[in-house]
Design a protein around this ligand. Sequence first.
Ligand code: FAD
Ligand code: NAI
Length: 467
Amino acid sequence: MNNFDIIVIGSGPGGYVSAIRCAQLGFKTAIIEKYSTLGGTCLNVGCIPSKALLDSSEHFHNAVHNFENFGIEINPPKVNLERMIQRKNEVVEQTTKGIDFLMDKNKITVFHGWGTFISGARIAVKKEDGSSEELESKYYIIATGSKPVSLPFALIDKERIITSTEALNLKEIPKHLLVIGGGVIGLELGSVYKRLGSEVTVIEFLDRLIPTMDGSLSKELQKVLKKQGIKFSLSTQVTDVVRNEGNVVVQAVDKNGAEVSFEGDYCLVAVGRRPYTDGLGLENVGVEVDERGRIKVNEQLQTNIPNIYAIGDVVQGAMLAHKAEEEGILVAEQLAGQKPHIDYNLIPGVVYTWPEVAGVGKTEEQLRQEGRKYKTGQFSMRALGRSRASGDIDGFVKILADETTDEVLGIHLIGARAADLIADAVSLLEYRASAEDISRMSHAHPTYAEAIKEAALDAVEKRAIHS
Ligand code: FAD
Ligand code: NAI
């Protein structure tokens, strides 16, 4: 009964997708999840709730700032934060229940409880009521995800000094939200509260925002968010974070070496996430981790213990839901004797601010570092008819192509619906399109996608039509 072909530990997008693929391929599959709901970080406290709040706050922002210009007059709109959070919770509930349905449909046995390895073949599941049961399996797939990194001097009290998890559940709109970290979480959740009326100050250690994306996107995003009223203090090293009655004070050293301090009523610490393996009992089986606590895996995502695999945020690479999913599928198909492959260069990155930011392939910084000769094509969103109709005129598309062969090496976008447009860019890179190929494909008019064709024309021979 408690004997399986494959047991997956963790039910985030890596784990649950992997379990489904394992079951589709005929394996007797189980999944262990320590929380009462399935879906992991992404569905419960990550991708889905953050997007629900981004959408709500975007509607509010438009009602306050843009409706009148579009010829819609309404009473001044008010935020009902309680309802907004409730709706977000409803979206999360519907989505996680969907995973229960999928587990059922695929005949995957779900165990709720903490999974701890006993040996390479056995795992204990400790339930909330203190009881425990032991399971056996031929193979294990570890998909235990990640947790927020904390700063040694910034004790997360979950009230005023908070992580993204608490920021998705606030009971009031901060007057002044201090955000430590100008990465994806800081900018997405900073945007939510800025739109709802908070003053927002982002304090970033490096000299640019979203440091893993193409530098031109960082610059443009900072410009646009500044216009929206978010304040930035870049090249600023935080040295202390203290509670001061109802307020939080962040002490830091700025780019000139001067001591500076910021005071707000909430401080969101968003300085990255760390792989999560607490209580998993890796030491009981001898699974190795690297210096950053990530489970070490080879190209097949196999650990040093041959029947144990690991995927998603708990291993190296981008901490993204779709990367975790691809890895989950890769392991399942490999175990079924197939020969799947992931091209990590083609995993897109997206930031769901408005405008959205997205990129795939090589950044200009990477190409320069590799010493590769490349050419650039760029096209501004504001030159598109579609952008003028919607009023979303900020941003651009940038295409990087090999100087000699014209093969497209990277596509980087900032603008309306960039998060969806990037799927086209992934296909183009997957099929190794040249810039000229793109420039000769028909793009529906009027769409934001026309900017991709125009940027390609610019890359081919500086002959964009509308600039
Ligand atoms: P997780 O989703 O973290 O799931 C791991 C699961 O394992 C958890 O449910 C945990 O409870 C369980 N677990 C851990 N240890 C045990 C154990 N010993 N026994 C049993 N269960 C265990 N990514 C995107 O691609 N797009 C986005 O828009 C996006 N937005 C995000 C917004 C926020 C605020 C955050 C925090 C993250 C966001 N991410 C986004 C990142 C994304 O959530 C992660 O990359 C993704 O969830 C990783 O999936 P995973 O399956 O590796 O792990
Ligand atoms: P991040 O790695 O995106 O950004 C962290 C930022 O904090 C970096 O810019 C870093 O330079 C800065 N930083 C680090 N230490 C600092 C310090 N002491 N003081 C000031 N700044 C400091 O991490 P984030 O935003 O916490 O997100 C975690 C992960 O979740 C990311 O890896 C991301 O992939 C994923 N995520 C993805 C989303 C998406 O796909 N849209 C949305 C939200 C999260």
